[in-house]
Design a protein around this ligand. Structure first.
Ligand code: PEP
Ligand code: MG
Length: 779
């Protein structure tokens, strides 16, 4: 290693000569770049001005002593100003300046253009990780030769920012012991750039590498400013499976002063921005990086306009893929490889990876000794299982599809889940260690450390980045992005996500977990206030956390078999042959047997709105079949004192085809519709939504043309009468292409699972922009 050092005494080291054991000399950022090169990835060439060089600079100017003196006599602000001035006014020793200059010359010798560089801090010590994470050290982009020495000094000086000094004082870290490397790296003159995933972000398929690309700098792709070109590559054979050219409205370029958005010419807009050989070269590197880290990766890449292939292909950033939470988190990475044996496969119902001791439990009454972190393996879950699911690190079920209880609840709880595996309770042994991959629907033997156990939904809270900074990351959309949430306490985890309201609050969770008793049993025993109090508390917990954003509370939609399981429920519930098509939704509210219980739900809503003053609570009727039943239920609602007003909206679910057929008529008596694609798909296609058999055969698919037509028709009819349409079924959380369809059809809002809020917002923004641009062009 030493032989390839440039300059004296390891003052300057080429990035390609750096490895992970050199963190003390070059800093963490530089060490990571060196590691990427060692894996076979090409990163933009550069060098590091080492911590030794920094110390040499300080020593030769006598700065060390002065720093200590200043720190002991001045407050943080003054100390920072004085030390920074000291550094900026001192000169870099001649031999060091010479070493930096010749490294720069070598870097630029291959390129005929003027080479601009990025100058970045690379912290050397653990204690600095926190500081640099908070953005306390500087990075300068597009630095010219003549500014180079000054920028290096500025990065050094940033080690003495006021916040950095305060941080070290608060942690008891002596300022004289800190040091840093400075990375000087060629700026790629990007002809094309974008992002790349070593799994398919649309469906979690780990056999694919997906490249998203646009002309110019990668920022247009990363920030969701365009619908990028997409190339899907088979990871095994490194061949292109699919290449989709999109109409890209703009690119971002550096114009000598700043990054600028530039409109693309019609030819450029519609031509593929990455060549096949380039895509394969990128995929090759991505595969190596993934292999090295042993987990799916999210990479940023760029292709230089002036260098020959393949020297022009660069990876500029690599981080573990955290599913739909692109560009948000860097975590340490385990080095283990995925060689684990597959136990079983099913539907990837809830994203994430969970590992732990498998507990094969067939009846919830036997789950008493279930421990936090165990993996729950069972036939199918129902509301009784939710307390156990909350403890689980992952879930595997034999039965069920993507809209089953197990799928919906685990997703909301952020518990990775694979459903419909058929034989899980047979092939998985009680007590065995297993890893559940909820991205791809695979259950492995042992704890395989496959990918980070992080869910996108956890990111905002754990990043330590300010809310304002986060908000800026998310585009504003004309279509509202709502979130589905039924577990009131989960709001604290998701509250910082960029959603415009709760588009579906299923109250079944509050009933089965907080209230536990059948409402009619409570009425019979004179305890109805317990129902009203608990239900109103649960709703208020969410409504107060997110106001003024609205919460659409959906009245109960248990089926008879589920109601039976509530305490005291057997007495009040018949045994139906087909509960899915039975006494559910509005048919209960207007029946003589249940009406009193429905009134308790209404009183809870009234209490939240009137007594607690949370006027952001709206309501929604589930499983509406006919107008007459709805009208009856709405009369009961009025009797309880809940009247439609501009700030008390009444929606109905559009999930029985009759609502779509008579959409115009329904539109005249409600404020809005929300498409329940789970039930609407079931009833339009005649496919049991919980049948893993039919799901595996491809029958249960919300993208079916029949469904799309129904949706289109509903939106037209609703808009004709000035009413809104939303969607709260699972479909847009699973199929981005369906979301695109919905936005194009003019849907007013889309309500998705917490883990897809960010991704959906980005997608919707890019589709909306595309629609606007297409319209402008066709004028
Ligand atoms: C639906 O049917 O799409 C829906 C959101 O309701 P649920 O899944 O609760 O039936
Ligand atoms: Mg439904």
């Amino acid at each position: 290693m030493v032989s390839s050092l440039i300059g004296k005494e390891e003052y300057v080291v080429k990035i390609q000569d750096v490895n992970k054991d050199m963190v003390g000399l070059v800093g963490g950022k530089a060490a990571n770049l060196g590691e990427l090169i060692a894996m076979g990835a090409r990163v933009p060439p550069g060098f590091v001005v080492t911590s030794k060089a920094f110390n040499y600079f300080l020593r030769s100017n006598g700065i060390f002593e002065k720093v200590n003196e200043i720190l002991s006599s001045k407050d943080d602000r003054q100390a920072s100003a004085d030390i920074k001035a000291l550094i900026m006014n001192s000169s870099i020793p001649r031999d060091l300046e010479q070493a930096i200059a010749s490294a720069y010359e070598e870097l630029t010798s291959k390129v005929s253009r003027e080479v601009l560089v990025a100058v970045r801090s690379s912290a050397t010590a653990e204690d600095l990780t926190g500081a640099s994470f908070a953005g306390q050290q500087d990075t300068y982009l597009n630095v010219r030769r003549e500014e180079l020495m000054m920028r290096v000094k500025m990065v050094w000086a940033s080690l003495f920012n006021e916040r950095a000094i305060s941080y070290r004082r608060s942690k008891g870290i002596g300022s004289s012991s800190v040091s840093m490397g400075v990375v000087v790296q060629m700026m790629v003159n990007a002809r094309s750039a974008g992002v790349m995933f070593t799994l398919n972000p649309a469906n979690g398929d780990r056999n694919h590498i997906v490249i998203e690309s646009n002309w110019g700098l990668g920022e247009s792709v990363a920030a969701g400013k365009v619908t990028p070109d997409e190339v899907v590559i088979d990871k095994d054979t490194l061949t292109v499976i699919e290449a989709r050219t999109s109409h890209k409205a703009l690119k971002i370029v550096y114009d000598g002063k700043e990054n600028k958005e530039v409109q693309l010419s019609p030819e450029e807009a519609d031509s593929m921005s990455v060549k096949e050989e380039e895509a394969i070269e990128l995929a090759k590197m991505a595969k190596e990086v993934e292999k090295h880290y042993g987990r799916p990766m999210d990479l940023e890449w760029a292709i230089d306009a002036d260098l020959p292939f393949p020297e022009n292909i660069f990876i500029v950033q690599a981080r573990p893929e955290t599913f739909w939470s692109k560009r948000t988190q860097e975590t340490d990475v385990p080095q283990k490889e995925a060689t684990a044996r597959i136990l079983t496969k099913g539907l990837p119902a809830s994203p994430g990876i969970g590992a732990g001791r498998a507990r094969v439990i067939l009846d919830v009454s036997e789950a008493k000794d279930f421990q936090k972190g165990d993996v729950l393996v069972t036939r199918m879950t129902d509301p009784d299982w939710v307390p156990v699911m909350r403890l689980a690190s992952a879930l595997v079920t034999d039965e069920g599809g993507m809209t089953s209880h197990a799928a919906i609840v685990s997703r909301e709880l952020g518990v990775p889940a694979v459903v419909g595996v058929k034989n899980g309770t047979k092939v998985i042994k009680d007590g065995q260690l297993v890893t559940v991959d909820g991205f791809s629907g695979v259950v492995y033997e042992g704890d395989t450390n496959l990918v980070p156990r992080v869910l996108s939904s956890e990111v905002p809270a754990s990043m330590g980045v300010s809310k304002e900074a986060l908000t800026n990351l998310y585009p504003i959309t004309a279509t509202k992005i709502y979130m589905n949430l039924g577990q009131p306490d989960m709001i604290s985890r998701y509250v910082d996500l960029p959603f415009d309201g709760i588009g579906l609050m299923r109250i079944e969770f509050i009933v089965s977990e907080w209230i536990k008793y059948h409402p009619l049993y409570l009425i019979k025993t004179g305890q109805q206030s317990l129902f009203v109090d608990k239900l109103s508390q649960g709703i208020a917990m969410v409504a107060s956390a997110i106001r003024p954003r609205p919460v659409v509370v959906r009245f109960s939609d248990f089926k008879t078999n589920e109601y039976r399981r509530l305490r005291g429920g057997e007495e009040f519930e018949v045994e139906e042959r087909n509960p899915m098509l039975g006494w559910r939704g509005v048919s209960r509210y207007i029946s003589a047997q249940y009406e009193e219980a429905f009134r308790l739900e209404l009183r809870a809503v009234l209490k939240v709105r009137d007594e607690m003053g949370l006027q952001n609570v709206w309501v929604m009727y589930p499983f509406v079949r006919t107008r007459w039943e709805l009208q009856k239920a709405m009369e009961i609602m009025e009797e309880e004192g809940l009247r439609r007003t501009p700030d008390f909206k009444v929606w109905i679910m559009a999930e029985v085809p009759s609502v779509v057929m008579l959409a115009e008529e329904f539109a005249q008596i409600v404020d809005g519709f929300s498409i329940g694609s789970n039930d609407l798909a079931q009833l339009t296609l005649g496919v049991d939504r919980d049948s893993e058999l039919l799901a595996n055969m491809g029958y249960y698919d919300e993208r079916d043309e029949a469904l799309k037509r129904a949706i289109k028709r509903l939106i037209r009819a609703a808009h004709k009468h000035g009413k809104t349409v939303s969607i709260c079924g699972q479909a847009p959380s699973v199929y981005p292409e369906l979301t695109e369809f919905l936005v194009r059809e003019g849907i007013d809002s889309v309500s998705v699972n917490p883990d897809t809020v960010i991704q959906t917002r980005r997608l919707v923004a890019s589709v909306e922009q595309k629609i606007v641009l297409d319209k402008l062009r066709s004028r």
